[in-house]
Design a protein around this ligand. Sequence first.
Ligand SMILES: NC(=O)c1ccc[n+]([C@@H]2O[C@H](COP(=O)([O-])OP(=O)(O)OC[C@H]3O[C@@H](n4cnc5c(N)ncnc54)[C@H](O)[C@@H]3O)[C@@H](O)[C@H]2O)c1
Ligand SMILES: NC(=O)c1ccc[n+]([C@@H]2O[C@H](COP(=O)([O-])OP(=O)(O)OC[C@H]3O[C@@H](n4cnc5c(N)ncnc54)[C@H](O)[C@@H]3O)[C@@H](O)[C@H]2O)c1
Lengths: 207, 207
Amino acid sequence: HTNKNCIQRMSRYRNALNRFKGLGFSKIFSNYLADAVGSTSSQVRKDFSLFGIYGSKRGGYSIDCLIEQLNEILGKNELQKVVLAGFGNMGAALVRYKGFSKEGISILAAFDIDPAKYNKRINNIEVLPLDRLQPFVQEHQIKIGILGVPEIAAQHVLDLMVAAGIRGVLNFAPIQLKCPAGCVVNSVTLEHELENVIYFVNANEKT
Amino acid sequence: HTNKNCIQRMSRYRNALNRFKGLGFSKIFSNYLADAVGSTSSQVRKDFSLFGIYGSKRGGYSIDCLIEQLNEILGKNELQKVVLAGFGNMGAALVRYKGFSKEGISILAAFDIDPAKYNKRINNIEVLPLDRLQPFVQEHQIKIGILGVPEIAAQHVLDLMVAAGIRGVLNFAPIQLKCPAGCVVNSVTLEHELENVIYFVNANEKT
Ligand SMILES: NC(=O)c1ccc[n+]([C@@H]2O[C@H](COP(=O)([O-])OP(=O)(O)OC[C@H]3O[C@@H](n4cnc5c(N)ncnc54)[C@H](O)[C@@H]3O)[C@@H](O)[C@H]2O)c1
Ligand SMILES: NC(=O)c1ccc[n+]([C@@H]2O[C@H](COP(=O)([O-])OP(=O)(O)OC[C@H]3O[C@@H](n4cnc5c(N)ncnc54)[C@H](O)[C@@H]3O)[C@@H](O)[C@H]2O)c1
């Protein structure tokens, strides 16, 4: 079944396929694709079959065909509009990043409660007062939000976003959020990502 | 077996246990802990048994005991020294963040190739020229690095880190890195984290 890990792999397959295409390849076997992303060829075939994607035994998969199907699955065929709450250290880094627009992801506005942050225009994005979030989200029909606010504000701002019509949120605050029905929350906790590295470094040292 | 997802859960269990302890609880059953992190009670028991952690059928687990064992597993009992390469948007956000030191993780120095970044001191951290990375890592016996450099530089800087003695890296560059033997690379690709949210928002809309 499709879960977060499966979709993460689909994103990685797509990146690898774009690289192979750039190198002039037009067909690929599942074992090459598996190697390129650190997966296994049976996992590749299993993931693709979940989306009705099949290759031919002799010729493998057509790279153009795969890219087209993955673009469809990952929402790459239309502009993905996003709003950000919290224009602090993390929020400012995300707003300044040019890599998102290359992937068809566009942060349209940032919201904050600190008046010192208003009337700034960074990368053509305005920082607006938080009470403008609801009308902005409704006017632009935005479904995706990013939480760059402190822990203590995260649940409240998530609830504001969902009430405004947001249906999926990328959260950086290191707390467990209660997610209203019909909304998806994907938390990236950088403290835990570092703990992960620390654990395996220590484990490798012991063996 | 212990993989990245398992250790991610251990980090989340530890966070939840600290919250329960703060609320005055001293014992906990696996189903309460599972609910708090969005897992299942059999997954909790399975994860804990991998580390030789068992509770009693009637009394559940002792919260203090669990926290002590998880602190040991996740390297919380000693200061974790880290270096950062790339003092750009992302690097500056990470250096300024006070949340890492609360978790016993300390960025000791940042390295960059842009002379305009040198001689800055942020959060008591110096930005040094890249050619100082190797002597600094060896002098301070640092095992953990963070890559905040552009894609085109990421593989080169990873190789420099590993040559200097780094054994685990948290990478933000959205490329697949070749990881030398004996080194762990944990890549956080924020483009993919957003694609994940986008996929499930679209999937929910279709049902
Ligand atoms: N900076 C990092 O590298 C980093 C690393 C790990 C986790 N995080 C997490 O990311 C989040 C943001 O971190 P940061 O370093 O950018 O913090 P920050 O303090 O620099 O920025 C927070 C911003 O949110 C704004 N804010 C506060 N309450 C708000 C509300 N109710 N509505 C809208 N805006 C509000 C503040 O005015 C500020 O501009 C935090 O939850 C933090 O724990 C950050
Ligand atoms: N900013 C974000 O929100 C964001 C989001 C997703 C991914 N990323 C990734 O994180 C990385 C950093 O992004 P950023 O926005 O901070 O970029 P940036 O351009 O703002 O900063 C990059 C920094 O790295 C330095 N640098 C370049 N080559 C170097 C080298 N060989 N050694 C040491 N330093 C070097 C530059 O001088 C600069 O200070 C990139 O790989 C980017 O794709 C960033």
